[in-house]
Ligand binder design. Structure first.
Ligand SMILES: Cc1cc2nc3c(=O)[nH]c(=O)nc-3n(C[C@H](O)[C@H](O)[C@H](O)COP(=O)(O)OP(=O)(O)OC[C@H]3O[C@@H](n4cnc5c(N)ncnc54)[C@H](O)[C@@H]3O)c2cc1C
Length: 443
């Protein structure tokens, strides 16, 4: 092998993390990138997604932001409202996000994010997709990882990689096997929360001026109540209004299923939000019967390591998060980009030395783990604050919401200027460039 770009990179999972990693490695000039995905295609979830400046910066470097941003909503503010009354607790203006951080804070359709990354990959000769093919087992983690794969309609076969990147999501098979190999326990955590994801079309909202005002705005609205909230924003050139909720997980509590999703009952959904205001009722009432879909929100206890041998975990496989900070997909795409950056920096005399590959992957972990762990904790904390019931803690929260602006901070962490500064100004690629040599030398 002549140079680092000849390394065979095998990626498990074609979600945001896997697609982002494949594209980032291709853009860095790696020549052999194979992506294995259980599903037969990208399987677009009908849902919106927040695209904050830190993911926009990554997507721009990967050459796909311009296309994606066309249909996205450039968010100019957020309105945090009492769910029961629709009365505004706080309005955080965000007029200068692009000026401050180089990119706007946008909301978009998940299919445009995943589709844009996929289209970018398809233009790269180095990237090969193998859909309908599941990782069954990691047979060895080093020196060269070997894995067993199972095509949906075929026999199992084995593949060897120089580097294996597992972006197989919250239910990661790779994570479970890595932990077992290290003698550690897999500790998935039930958050006690579940989410409805809803998309309403302009034609469905057209009869209601109050709804249309939401759809035509460039504002993210969060309606908060005890143990539940709804976040909502326009996507797809203001043609679709996206709502994502969080409520106590009572429907999954008795029986979970393999995908953590279930067809829900509209009557139950309306009951869950019955204390909310008439505007919210009217929005939820637009969801057709039989089209209510609920997600179980799960996380995992912090992992002792993300790397073993020549295998690294990324995205939800190693830092699953509650969605309350809107950073899950951004973190997954950043992980892949940082991996491509550090592997491309690996000293060439380490090419035939598995220990050098492992050290390089460890640099990725050192760069990413503290940052992602802090964001995961913040998302959990933000959920706790947003879901407070009546009492002194809620009174204090609402006072802080009303004081918005004076302290540079609001209790809803995703909307809080101090948190935005911490997350949005963090250029993880520049950080990897600046710190690689020093961190590598410490290992
Ligand atoms: C309700 C809700 C709202 C959210 N809102 C936001 C938001 O606004 N902003 C944001 O940034 N994030 C949000 N997130 C989080 C975000 O969706 C995830 O963090 C992100 O998708 C993680 O990407 P990933 O690639 O790590 O995992 P995934 O997107 O889960 O992808 C994993 C892929 O691996 C495949 N796979 C799994 N097992 C195997 C196997 N054995 N072999 C082969 N392939 C396999 C799966 O089929 C899947 O395609 C939200 C999440 C939820 C649940």
């Amino acid at each position: 092998m002549a140079d680092v770009h000849d390394l065979r990179i095998v990626i498990i999972g074609a979600g945001m993390g896997g697609l982002g990693a494949a594209l980032a490695f291709a853009k860095k000039g790696f020549k052999h990138i194979d992506v294995f995905e259980t599903a037969s295609n990208l399987g677009f979830v009908g849902a919106g997604i927040q695209m904050p400046p830190n993911i926009a910066r990554m997507l721009d470097r990967l050459g796909c932001w311009e296309d994606m941003s066309r249909a996205a909503t450039n968010v100019k503010g957020t309105s945090i409202r009492q769910g029961s009354s629709n009365v505004e607790l706080s309005h955080v203006e965000m007029p200068d996000i692009e000026e401050k951080y180089g990119f706007p804070h946008c909301t978009g359709h998940r299919s445009s994010l995943a589709g844009g990354l996929f289209d970018g990959c398809k233009k790269e000769r180095a990237v090969h997709f193998h859909f309908s093919t599941a990782l069954v087992k990691i047979n060895s983690f080093a020196p060269k990882p070997t894995i067993t794969l199972k095509p949906r309609d075929g026999d199992e076969y084995t593949v060897e990689a120089d580097i294996l990147l597992a972006s197989d999501g919250i239910k990661s098979v790779a994570r479970a096997q890595m932990l077992a190999e290290l003698g550690l326990e897999s500790q998935e955590e039930d958050t006690g929360q579940a989410a409805y994801r809803i998309m309403l079309r302009r034609s469905e909202m057209a009869h209601d001026p109050e709804m249309l005002a939401l759809l035509d705005s460039d504002t993210v609205v969060r309606w908060v109540g005890e143990r539940r909230h709804i976040i909502a924003y326009p996507v797809s050139n203001h043609q679709i209004y996206n709502l994502s909720t969080a409520q106590p997980d009572s429907n999954f509590a008795s029986a979970t299923n393999a995908t953590y999703t279930t067809k829900g009952s509209k009557a139950v959904m309306l009951k869950v939000y019955e204390e909310f205001c008439p505007l919210v009722h009217r929005l939820l009432n637009l969801v057709p019967d039989g089209e209510v879909c609920e997600w179980k929100l799960r996380t995992h206890k912090p992992l002792a390591t993300w790397v073993h041998g020549s295998v690294a975990l990324l995205g939800d496989a190693c830092h699953p998060t509650l969605p309350h900070l809107g950073q899950g997909a951004a973190m997954a795409v950043e992980d892949g980009a940082v991996l491509a950056e550090v592997v491309s920096k690996m000293p060439s005399d380490g090419l035939h030395d598995p220990a050098a590959i492992s050290k390089t992957l460890k640099v990725y972990e050192l760069l990413r783990k503290p940052h992602c762990s802090a964001l995961v904790d913040m998302a959990t904390h933000s959920g706790r604050i947003l879901h407070l019931g009546e009492g002194p803690a809620k009174e204090e929260r609402d006072r802080l919401f009303r004081e918005n602006g004076k302290t540079g901070s609001v209790p809803d962490k995703w909307a809080s200027p101090d948190v935005q500064k911490m997350i949005y100004s963090n250029d993880c690629i520049q950080e990897a460039r600046d710190k690689f040599a020093r961190l590598y030398a410490t290992l």
